[in-house]
Design a binder for this molecule. Sequence first.
Ligand code: SAM
Length: 465
Amino acid sequence: MTYHVLTLFPEMVRQGLGDSIIGKAIERGTITLDVVDIREYTKERHGQVDDYPYGGGAGMLMQAQPVYDAHRAVTDGRAVRTVYVTPQGQPFTQRLAREYAAEKELVFLCGHYEGIDERVLEEVVTDRVSIGDYVLSGGELAAMVMIDATARLLPGVLGNSLSAQEESFHNDLLEYPQYSRPAVWHGKKVPEVLLSGDHRKVEAWRLEQARSRTRQVRPDLYERYQNKQHLLHRLSGDKRNHIHMMESLRRGQGEILADRDGDILIYHQDSRICMMEAGSLEEPGIKGWEYLAGKIPSQAKWCLVTQESLVELLEQEGYQVFNQCSQFLYTLREPLPVGHRDIRVLTLEHLDYLCAHYGQEQRAYLEERTGSGYMYGVFVEGILRGFVGMHSEGSIGFLYVEPCCRRQGLAGSLEAYCVNRHLERGWIPYGHVVQGNEASEALQEKLGFYRAGKTFWWLEKKPCI
Ligand code: SAM
């Protein structure tokens, strides 16, 4: 990820981000920070970049020309998402941080004085975002806040990638209280349950603490959490056909964009997938369709549906069928036996192998998946011979074993290994098998997966011509 920051105070940004976790990520090259001094682009003598606002009023305004030229120098004709940090923008949230973390490049434009000439904002800015309902003297701190919050979501930035997934706002709850040594401090004891070593009890206690803290401090967030719990409860009435939606919500990645009279749209932000269901499918037409269609985010790339009538409607909205699958889920809690022992987490050094066997055109996706630590390889006599992994929306997939090593149980071992990793995290493993792939269907059943009754259509947004 490359962050370009357009500012009048470059040192402030360099110093502010040069230390700690973000500083180390810059040093390692995991992220690139390109700080651009807007003043270098002014055509005025004496380096002037501001002037009085037309119509009078207090303070000075940053002029359009230097901002425009600095922006052009950075983007060089490319369409790069450009964020103007401003108190007049939409609130910056964890959701937006996740959305930004999916970009390859971002420009942050920092205002100063009374702000920036509106005309250049109209030309270069795609997003206007605020860090809160108060006025800062400049945009640098706001840009740094957004860079910090997005960078730490990128693979390889935090030492332990799980830390970012289990913090406040994950699953619409604030985090539970935490304690470290000593066990007694100022006469206050660490809650007994945390010393018990009983993992389930600790989890239950933490959930309850997170709930009550959120209920008290952030009733708005708590209401969202409750709505999600109610929807999960309804979806669990037909778990086999809904596990993709349920896991997306349970793992804190899916957001409910529609839930009315059985019309459901869950948006999986990281993978830009709309998981949809129309509850009002009576003829003629679909009552809820307009409601649902209006909720599809413009940046969505995929739709996953189980109703043929929705497929037809989505085709009219510019989507095309990518494939037709069956959904399989593993509902047992017991881990599966893994016959083959040499299975390892793959790293970027294996990327060429993955691309050679899964498709060069998927390189960026495979790189992202490998970076997130969810690709596993099977090694025979030390040589990588096949792999499995987790797709970005959470399903198990990518299964491949080289022809020379088939019929030795390697595919079963790979998938069993992946299932066990999911179970360790409390997830319900599930996957999609393209209809007609009998070998893979047979493998799912052999491992103890259940098949959902419905057909799952994956639709991809057609590229704009
Ligand atoms: N006159 C502007 C107004 O009333 O909206 C405020 C200008 S402020 C003094 C200067 C710059 O600080 C802004 O252009 C913006 O870049 C930044 N800034 C101030 N408050 C901010 C906030 N809450 N979130 C993000 N950026 C902010």
